[in-house]
Every structure is written in structure tokens, then in C-alpha cells.
Design a protein around this ligand. Structure first.
Ligand code: PEP
Length: 252
């Protein structure tokens, strides 16, 4: 069975003090009312070490939002997978559409990042998803398949066990437009079938496939009730404890 996961992506929000406060409040709320799923918060690099010390890692896992495509050396401003791991983080988000679009991260670059993240013992929240134009042209299945083939399907089955897939239709990210539960379930089932064709049914059944895109407490229960939706990757609604916990509680 695939693990149920609710993961937050803070993006470029919260200064250090605000981030610490948010992590502390979430930690208290979840210690008092234990979640029925794995919870991950992915923060900007500057928060990682402090937040790692604050949270109970048995309840909340920590992740970065990116890592470098090089191992170490003269790459000014970059943060390596090894550095991320050394903070106490367990996860890294790779392939987010904002990084693909604004920072020109190609499938080849992502493949390098994937390999370095795994070599350093990080699990990966690997994002895939189509644009509105691609959805309107009914190309969504081809797009997500190509994104998997381009950056993670070179992995062995053993390595692939460390990949969590986040299906995030670009037209639903931060727009308030959510894919309907039926639309999401349809493509999640397709993604699982693509994983099964590559790695077999057992690996596919054990792969967590999260939905992302304007997921909130009000629509999470309907989305998470679908058999192929194993949780969510949450942007905006991960920035307030009540909103994020409302989504986590959808697993109760
Ligand atoms: C995201 O960017 O990963 C995301 C899902 O954002 P939002 O929840 O704000 O749409």
C-alpha cells in the first residue's frame, strides 16, 4: 500500500522568524492531535537547520524545495543535496513547474538533481503536470509520461522506492482552480499504470501519488477519497496551521 502523505511547499514565503513560528505551531498542533498520514513541510533553505531542531521528526518530516545539480564546488549561490541532508531534512521537491518554467530546469538537469538527492539519502517529491494549453489539447497523459521518462525512469526499482510523485496540473497551481476529483483520479490512475508498466504492479501500488493545485480543507476529503490519490502537495494552504491541519485531517 502506498503511504498517505500531506506535504507543504512554503515556496518563497516566511522570513526566518515567521518560519520558525509556523513550524513550532504546526508541531504543537500535530503533537496534540496526531495525524493519520505522513506530514512533510518543505521550506526555503535558510529555515531548514532551525526547523529541523524544532520539529518532532516522528510526526513531521522536513524537506527542501530544491537542490543543486552539482555535487559541490565553485557554484556560487547553490545548495547541494548533501548540504540539504546535513540539516536533518529527509525530502527534497524536484521538478516543480515553477522551477521548470522560471529557472529553465530541463529533464536532463532534473535527472542530475534526482541522482544527487538519492545518492545523499533524500527522498524526492517529484512534480509532474501539464499546462492549460496541453490539457485543452488533451496531451496531459503524454506530458506526465514524458516527464517521468525524462528524469526518474532511469532509476532501479530499489531507487524508485524513494520517489513520491506529485501530480500538479499547472493550471490549478495557485489559481484557485482545482482539478475535479474525477479528473485527478483519472490521471493518477494513468500515472500508476505508467509506473506499473515500467517497474511492475507491486512497485506501482507502493508508489505514493499526491495531488497538488489549490488543494484546501474543503476539497481535500473528496480528492483523498479517490483510490489513486494518496495525499496532497500543498502550496498556499500550507502557510497557515489551521488551513494545513484541515487538509491533514482529511485523512481522519
Ligand atoms: C504547489 O505549488 O505545489 C501548489 C500545489 O500550490 P497551491 O496549493 O498554492 O496551488
Amino acid at each position: 500500500m502506498a503511504k498517505k502523505i500531506v506535504a507543504g511547499n512554503w515556496k518563497m514565503n516566511k522570513n526566518l522568524q515567521e518560519g520558525i513560528e509556523l513550524a513550532q505551531s504546526l508541531n504543537e498542533a500535530l503533537a496534540a492531535d496526531k495525524p493519520n498520514c505522513d506530514v512533510v513541510i518543505c521550506t526555503p533553505f535558510i529555515h531548514l537547520a532551525k526547523v529541523s531542531d524544532i520539529i518532532n521528526h516522528d510526526i513531521i518530516n522536513l524537506g527542501a524545495e530544491n537542490c543543486a545539480d552539482k555535487a559541490s564546488g565553485a557554484y556560487t549561490g547553490e545548495v547541494s543535496a548533501e548540504m540539504v541532508k546535513s540539516t536533518g531534512a529527509e525530502y527534497v521537491i524536484l521538478g516543480h513547474s515553477e522551477r521548470r518554467e522560471y529557472y529553465n530546469e530541463t529533464p536532463e538537469i532534473l535527472k542530475e538533481k534526482v541522482d544527487l538527492a538519492l545518492a545523499n539519502g533524500l527522498k524526492i517529491l517529484f512534480c509532474i503536470g501539464e499546462s492549460l494549453e496541453q490539457r485543452e489539447a488533451n496531451e496531459q497523459n503524454a506530458v506526465v509520461k514524458a516527464e517521468l521518462e525524462g528524469s526518474v525512469f532511469h532509476l532501479t526499482a530499489e531507487q524508485f522506492a524513494n520517489i513520491v510523485i506529485a501530480y500538479e496540473p499547472i493550471w490549478a497551481i495557485g489559481t484557485g482552480k482545482t482539478a475535479t476529483a474525477e479528473q485527478a483520479e483519472e490521471i493518477h490512475a494513468y500515472i500508476r499504470s505508467v509506473v506499473a508498466a515500467k517497474y511492475g504492479e507491486e512497485v506501482a501500488a507502493n508508489t505514493s501519488i499526491l495531488y497538488g493545485g489549490s488543494c484546501k480543507a474543503s476539497n481535500a476529503p473528496e480528492l483523498f477519497a479517490k483510490p489513486n490519490i494518496d495525499g496532497g502537495l500543498i502550496g498556499g494552504a500550507s502557510l497557515k496551521v489551521d488551513d494545513f491541519k484541515g487538509i491533514i485531517d482529511a485523512w481522519k
